[in-house]
Design a protein around this ligand. Sequence first.
Ligand code: NAI
Length: 461
Amino acid sequence: MPHHDLIVIGAGPGGYVAAIRAAQLGKNVACIEKEPLLGGTCLRVGCIPSKALLESSHLYEQATHGWVDRGIGVSKVQLDLAAMQTHKQQVVNTLGGGIDGLFKKHKVIRYTGHASFDGPGRVIVKGSDGEQELTTDNVLIATGSSVTSLPGIDIDEDRIVSSTGALSFNEVPKHLIVIGAGYIGLEMGTVWRRLGAQVTVLEYLDRILPGMDAQVAKEAQKIFTKQGLKFRLGCRVAGVSVNRKGCEVQIDGQDSLQGDRVLVSVGRRPNTTGLNLESIDVVTSDRGFITVDEHFETLQPGVFAIGDVIGGAMLAHKAEEEGIACVERLYTGYGHVNHDNIPGVCYTDPEIATVGKSEEALKEEGRAYRKGQFPFMANGRARASGHMEGFVKILADEQTDRVLGVHIIGAHAGELIAECASAMEFGASSEDIARCCHAHPTLAETVKEAALAVDGRAIHF
Ligand code: NAI
């Protein structure tokens, strides 16, 4: 019976990165994944394919509307959706193959099949060619999460889709109804609006992007509305039925809404089904998340869990950090994740990026802060490239000036936030960021100016 130092269950961004790190530390590591392609939801049906479609649809929209005032005329722009989908799939397949290559390079042994526990230290892999039993010193559960739906809504991935179906439409919907104005709803709504769909977003709350800084979310709604997304807030969806004309969405206390496709993007739930956790001492919370201590260890010694399956922000990079910290702590004695400093990015246009505390969170804590804000329209590079929407907002402690949160809505916000996350990790003050030389002309100067604005001394605004 094969024996390993560590078995990682799940080859998403949390699991495969942890497996490689453990192998770098000299361990005999196996990774069990049920899907033929490594990379998890993020690579197969999440972050990566959605970014491929976001990039392609952005180019299409620009080519159809965007360049006339720059002196570039383009005629007869055509959409070849099949080619766009092929490009997306090629990106996914290439990156998946890359992880295979990395496993080989680091001698991580891959098993294809569904993993389940058979008591402490024993794991069974059920694959297409039968069952195999493995023994191990340690196990890391990195099984991720799956889409959730609402009562009265059956996702069929045809008319009523999750993000998976919405990534693979083979025709542009006439009217796409999106339930939930979170990350997935806004990113996928943006893709299909750009390609020609009418898009209506129904949101239960009275705002979009819950949890994000409210000022940024308000600005985002204003910009997306101008782009053509229709929002109906405070809508409780009661059900969806499929009829000859398409789909009808029933909304509590309001007229129902007719569309031809419906995207359900109301969150995700942890994947623990079929793991046979009952055979070991692992407990889950009311919402199904695996309970772990600060070192990602469950009640069962030697069994760890990281990523979406333990809750918190359901983000690929959060899972990666946890995977690395978990195995480093296990094999070197030290490993840590600063959960207060995990950036989040919504890849709409403009992008929205955030790290640290929102103004609402600081107010709730009763923490005194100062705020510096700088608009992209006052930045030379933003003007030259025609990306003038949005702003950078920096929140710093009133007494110490330590940066507590940065919120950006604007072009390349997802790249700009990296500087802010690094600065915050080093405990920077807004003065520290303001005193760093930023190249001119760059969008990054908006971050420096927002830092200057904390002290009321932005130069260009
Ligand atoms: P989400 O939690 O971001 O948003 C779900 C939205 O649905 C919320 O605004 C919620 O108020 C709303 N909602 C819930 N019940 C509703 C109802 N009955 N009627 C109308 N609205 C309702 O979830 P989402 O967008 O499905 O994303 C799932 C996870 O995937 C999130 O944790 C997100 O962080 C992650 N993700 C991250 C991305 C990124 O980093 N760019 C991209 C896509 C997903």
